[in-house]
Design a protein around this ligand. Structure first.
Ligand code: TYD
Length: 205
């Protein structure tokens, strides 16, 4: 019963790392936000659709609704069965993107996160850190190959992504026990070696 979340800006490579982790950890459930249940996946489609013009607070509530459904239907039951749950983005993405990125009030966001999750907190949050220019270039080149994957957040400018990155680093600095910052520059295998080392030091799996 260990709950690990992966965070980082666009193109930080966390999804590749998640796949590698899943191969090494027994009895693991891998999931992602927004989404993770049929209802939450429908909310995800709205959130990422570039044709939608969504008010920042409405956007926040959609993330919270998706999260509530996901925690209730998938994450808590898996933890209760004693599984290791690894989630690609969770409550910290709301603080980083809606708080530091969209400049919504952090205390309110924390309150909403607690409400949506009944105060479920990850045991460990890995933050994959790299310069926003590098991340965005990676994310955009990936989207040229698969244009349908392009999301509304990748269309935001560099300043937005710089705020998100700095937000993640500020969160990590505020609670070094719960977060670990991982240098996400370099080849995927090098990043994985760093990730695996942190995991072995920090959680019993
Ligand atoms: P996704 O395609 O899953 O991106 P990534 O592979 O980078 O995780 O899109 C999710 C987007 O939603 C991503 O840009 C971050 C954003 N997001 C928020 O703004 N707030 C949140 O609470 C969550 C979970 C995600």
């Amino acid at each position: 019963m260990v709950f690990i979340t992966l965070e980082g800006i666009e193109g930080s490579g966390k999804t590749t790392q998640l796949r590698k982790l899943a191969e090494r950890i027994p009895n693991v459930l891998v999931t992602k936000e927004p989404g993770g249940t049929p209802t939450a996946d429908r909310i995800r489609a709205i959130l990422l659709d570039t044709r939608e013009k969504i008010d920042p607070v409405a956007e926040l509530f959609l993330f919270a609704a998706s999260r509530r459904q996901h925690v209730t239907e998938v994450i808590r039951p898996a933890l209760a069965e004693g599984r290791v749950v690894i989630c690609d983005r969770f409550t910290d993405a709301t603080l980083a993107y809606q708080g530091f990125g969209r400049l919504l009030d952090l205390d309110r966001l924390r309150g909403l996160n607690d409400w949506a999750t009944d105060s479920l907190k990850p045991d460990l949050t890995l933050i994959f850190d790299l310069p926003e220019e590098v991340g965005l270039t990676r994310a955009r080149s990936r989207n040229t190959k698969a244009p349908l994957d392009e999301g509304r957040f990748e269309l935001e400018d560099l300043r937005f992504h710089r705020r998100v990155r700095e937000g993640y680093l500020a969160l990590a600095a505020s609670d070094p026990k719960r977060y670990a910052v991982i240098d996400a520059t370099g080849a995927a295998d090098e990043v994985f070696a760093r990730t695996w080392q942190v995991l072995q030091e920090r959680v019993p799996i």
